[in-house]
Design a protein around this ligand. Structure first.
Ligand SMILES: Cc1cc2nc3c(=O)[nH]c(=O)nc-3n(C[C@H](O)[C@H](O)[C@H](O)COP(=O)(O)OP(=O)(O)OC[C@H]3O[C@@H](n4cnc5c(N)ncnc54)[C@H](O)[C@@H]3O)c2cc1C
Length: 402
């Protein structure tokens, strides 16, 4: 019987890939010296990673930000490792036997199922936004098709509705407004000749809840400058695609609006359908030890990486802080199990950053703050709005952030 233990990572995006590379680069060689052999499995419903941070611009026009740059084959990032050490499975985790320490995966190729036992398990299945244009909803081809569909519709659109007042909705509305309507000059509040009526609706009484009220109001001013109107305290109850390709939305105030393009961009849903209910909080996020990032109720060596856990409010900035800490704690656990007589090192502890930290490009401008300190508009453009940091897609897949 093989002594090889399975190290399984569910989800091959920012969180999962960081841990997978940490494992192959640093942990596996160390454990091998102790006579322990492991096999890494990376499981993802998509064969390609999606840099969805760039989707607000890419959905407007593939000329502005080519779709190809947003999607990177996950397998390409692992070519430099010994192929016998890892397997990338294109499939979806559909159930998790916590007692039996197995996960069952539905394979994308033939829909057959495969059950794998694990020695260590990392859950990194993230979240999804309502539209496949802004997050993966299965294989990446769905998202690519959704982006291309919008690329075809938006240039000729004269009416656009975006629903959701968080960063995704604001960025999407800002990009569409700028592309279709241009931008107002220094002394104007609106573009001179707007081509399209672009409306951002939010069920809240403010935009961008992470940012302060004055910055949220500045966001509205910048949206107005690219011809976007903001309507507060209304939500979309349902939407239907009409025979002519337009969309009619039914609103919470009883009104019906019709537009050439409708983009739902509110909130996110955790991808945790395979997780037993007692391990999830009321919103469906995985209950995670907020400092060690283990799932204490799931037995030894079970962890959470990225947005699927309830330990932070999510986002790449949180993920980049949390994954080195998580990697240190996984290494600690695996070394302690491999060499129990050695003195074990203490856990590294994570602290969530709940300060006012967010950067939101709005067409050629932007609002944001770091730890409550204001970021000037031009800096947001320089750091993020210029190219939506698309270079990070390759870096993430190839483990260059680890
Ligand atoms: C439009 C948009 C813009 C954003 N911009 C920013 C930004 O500017 N800055 C920032 O900090 N954050 C931003 N975010 C948030 C950022 O994208 C997330 O924080 C980050 O992607 C989280 O990474 P993750 O690895 O936790 O999960 P995700 O990126 O959500 O990935 C989860 C992975 O798991 C896979 N998966 C899901 N379910 C299963 C399953 N059952 N079995 C197998 N695989 C599965 C998915 O295919 C996916 O590859 C943005 C999000 C959106 C939607």
């Amino acid at each position: 019987m093989s002594d090889t233990q399975n190290f399984i990572v569910l989800g091959g995006s920012g969180g999962g890939l960081n841990i997978a590379h940490s494992f192959l680069k640093y942990m596996e060689p160390e454990l091998k010296k102790l006579g322990k052999t492991y096999h890494l499995y990376i499981v993802d419903s998509s064969s390609h990673f999606f840099w969805n941070t760039g989707s607000p611009r890419s959905l407007v026009s593939a000329t502005l930000l080519p779709t190809e740059k947003l999607f990177v084959p996950i397998a390409d990032g692992f070519n430099s490792y010994d192929a016998s050490l890892y397997t990338i499975i294109h499939g979806t985790a559909i159930s998790w036997d916590v007692e039996g320490r197995t996960v069952t995966i539905k394979l994308a190729a033939d829909e057959a199922t495969q059950t794998l036992p694990y020695y260590a398990l990392v859950l990194a299945t993230g979240t999804r936004s309502p539209s496949p244009a802004t997050s993966l909803h299965g294989n990446h081809m769905l998202s690519k098709a959704a982006l291309e569909d919008l690329n075809n519709k938006i240039p000729s659109a004269t009416s656009v509705i975006v629903a959701g007042g968080g960063p995704t909705g604001v960025e999407v509305a800002g990009e569409i407004g700028h592309f279709l309507n241009g931008s107002a000059g220094w002394f104007s509040s609106r573009p001179a000749n707007p081509k399209a009526k672009v409306t951002l609706i939010t069920k809240s009484d403010t935009l961008l809840p992470v940012l302060s009220k004055p910055r949220a109001l500045t966001a509205e001013t910048y949206l107005n400058k690219v011809g976007v109107d903001v309507v507060y305290n209304i939500s979309v109850v349902s939407s239907t695609t009409d025979a002519d390709g337009k969309t009619t939305v039914n609103l919470s105030n009883g009104e019906q609006w019709t537009a050439d393009v409708y983009i739902p961009a509110w909130g996110t849903t955790p991808n945790t359908e395979y997780v037993p209910a007692d391990l999830k909080n009321d919103q469906g996020y995985i209950k995670t030890n907020p400092t060690t990032l283990r799932i204490d109720a799931a037995g030894s060596r079970v962890y959470v990486a990225g947005d699927v856990g309830d330990y932070s409010r999510g986002g790449y900035h949180s993920l980049y802080t949390a994954t080195p800490i998580l990697a240190a704690n996984i290494r600690r656990d695996l070394l302690a199990a491999a060499a129990p007589d050695e003195t074990s090192v203490p856990d590294r502890l994570f602290t969530a950053n709940n300060t006012e930290t967010q950067a939101v490009p709005i067409g050629p401008r932007g609002v944001g703050a770091v730890n409550g300190w204001s970021l000037p508009s031009f800096l947001i453009w320089l750091l993020k709005g210029r190219d939506y940091m698309v270079g990070n897609a390759l870096k993430t897949v190839h483990g260059r952030m680890v």
